[in-house]
Design a protein around this ligand. Structure first.
Ligand code: DGL
Length: 258
């Protein structure tokens, strides 16, 4: 079974893509809503949270892990691979960087949380090639998405402020380097214009996950389950709208060892 985790509901953008590309592949989803956002926290804290998230998913029977969070992918991938050497761990940075390099004419923008941008993970992946890279941290986007303010005037104003340097520098490709951001794609698209290619790190990773797993394996036949560390009716509403089907979140207790 594939275990997918994020700091909150942002990783559902990866789930949506997985359901679209492979409707029969089961998974277990964990959103650490009790401790979101991760992107404003130190690398040490994000690593600790990611290890606890994956320990929960493995206890539930996960045999492959998708880090559906750029912040955790940026700082915690190595620690997770060391802790779980026999489980494939997929991160979102490499696939998104590869897709952006395939799409760009030379100038790539990257938006993400502070943790992701400060880590320099995207720049490391992109700068080996002959492209210009313009990065911007957008720390207010995650709380706006968790609040469901996807088309509000305040969100549009904040988006303009974050994105205007990228627009001025005429990036031709923009990596949505946080799995929450595809929920804001309509606003981002309108402001950046149709000539800019948006790269969704979730879409990029799902193709690699499906290529890397044998979907007929018996351990990939279990039912789908959705967990949050702090549940709310609001999260279920946003999830149902985003995924196009009802979602019931179970409460995850990360400290319980069973
Ligand atoms: N959705 C996550 C990411 O891709 C986490 C955002 C956050 O918790 O700050 O970075």
């Amino acid at each position: 079974m594939i275990g997918i985790f994020d700091s909150g509901i942002g990783g559902l953008t990866v789930v949506r893509e997985l359901e679209r590309q492979a409707p029969d592949v089961p998974f277990i989803y964990l959103g650490d809503t009790a401790r979101t956002p991760y992107g404003n926290k130190s690398a040490e804290t994000v690593i600790r949270y990611a290890l606890e998230d994956v320990a929960f998913l493995v206890r539930q029977g996960a045999t492959a892990i998708v880090i559906a969070c750029n912040s955790a992918s940026s700082v915690a991938t190595d620690a997770l691979r060391v802790a779980y050497p026999s489980i494939p761990v997929f991160e979102v940075i490499t696939p998104a960087a590869e897709d952006a390099l395939a799409a760009t004419k030379g100038r790539i923008g990257v938006i993400g949380t502070r943790a992701t941008i400060t880590s320099g993970a995207y720049e490391r992946h992109l700068s080996a090639q002959k492209v210009e890279v313009v990065v911007a941290a957008c720390p207010l986007f995650v709380p706006l998405v968790e609040e469901g303010w996807l088309e509000d005037a305040e969100t549009k104003r904040i988006a303009r402020r974050y994105l205007s340097p990228l627009r001025k520098q005429q990036v031709d490709t923009l990596i949505l380097g946080c799995t929450h951001y595809p929920l804001l794609a309509p606003i981002i698209r309108r402001y950046m214009g149709n000539r800019v290619t948006l790269v969704d790190s979730g879409t990029s990773v799902v193709r690699r996950v499906l290529a890397g797993l044998d979907a007929s394996r018996p351990d990939l036949q279990a039912p789908r389950r959705f967990y949050l560390t702090d549940t709310s009716a609001r999260s279920e509403e946003i999830a149902a709208t985003w995924l196009g089907h009802p979602v019931t979140f179970e409460r995850a207790d990360l400290l319980c060892q069973t």
